[in-house]
Design a binder for this molecule. Structure first.
Ligand code: SF4
Length: 264
């Protein structure tokens, strides 16, 4: 068999690899140079809208299905309406206590009923609502702020070897040096997690008692949703002046404050 022409393998060196959370990025500069700093109240406003819309959808579905349900059993619709009303009331009371807890700076709920429980689901749902209106990153920034405030109220302490600092691969060189300097000062191990999945594996294998994680808002919210129920986490979001997944910077003062709060 004669050898035909062979295709040339072309290697493309890219200066960044996008995390899947940024798949739809169009290459244009991010608003406000990738700084999504927002007041915590933004999360409470959007989460209230999310709760109201969610409960509204359930009520509408029940209203539309009521005639059929009545055919199945005459008392089904009133029972289901009762269940929706009770669930709605419980959710709003819970939301109100969460809000008061944040405002007063006091942990009014146990962590399993707050930042390590249903709060994580509300944060995720709220992020989806905000995404539909193009406000995802700002609302997620506010959500992570509320989450961290609630988590810090617990005053948790761990040993140096029991804390883990998880950083992404997109930090700028200066920021990376700063992070390593802080971790070195407090004797805390640092792991670079190239993907969310890997971060979860590191946590599973190292079994730390607490984690300080660094990531963009998008990665942070999905990471907290998956991990914070199992292990206490503080989440430090980043600024992305060069767009996603490259040359990110963080507030090193905040990072040091959190590491110190955990281990000193
Ligand atoms: S943490 Fe960094 S690398 Fe990961 S998705 Fe966000 S910007 Fe990209």
């Amino acid at each position: 068999m004669t050898e035909g022409p062979r295709a040339r393998l072309i290697h493309i060196d890219v200066d960044r690899r996008l995390g899947h959370e940024w798949d739809e990025w169009d290459g244009r500069p991010l608003p406000n140079q990738g700084n999504y700093d927002s007041p915590a109240v933004l999360f409470f406003a959007w989460s209230a809208i999310t709760l109201a819309v969610g409960l509204g959808f359930v009520a509408l579905a029940l209203f539309l299905l009521a005639p059929r349900l009545r055919d199945v059993h005459s008392s089904a619709p009133p029972l289901l309406w009762g269940a929706v009303l009770v669930t709605g009331a419980v959710l709003w009371v819970w939301w109100g206590i969460l809000f008061l807890s944040y405002e007063m700076g006091r942990p009014l709920l146990p962590e399993r009923l707050a930042e390590r429980g249903p709060f994580l689901r509300l944060m995720r749902l709220t992020s989806r609502t905000a995404d539909r209106f193009g406000r995802r990153d700002w609302v997620e920034n506010a959500a992570v702020k509320v989450y961290n405030t609630l988590a810090m109220m617990r005053g948790r302490k761990v040993g140096q070897g029991e804390l883990l600092v998880l950083i992404p691969r997109c930090l700028s060189k200066d920021t990376l040096d700063g992070v390593l300097g802080i971790a070195g000062r407090y004797g805390v191990p640092v792991f670079v997690a190239t993907r969310g999945q890997l971060a979860r594996r590191v946590i599973r294998e190292r079994r730390p008692r607490a984690v300080v994680a660094v990531a963009c808002e998008r990665d942070m919210v999905s990471g907290l949703h998956d991990v914070a129920g199992k292990i206490p986490v503080l989440g430090l979001t980043m600024t992305l002046p060069s767009g996603p997944c490259k040359d990110a910077s963080v507030n090193l003062g905040q990072l040091e404050e959190w590491v110190r709060a955990y281990v000193v």
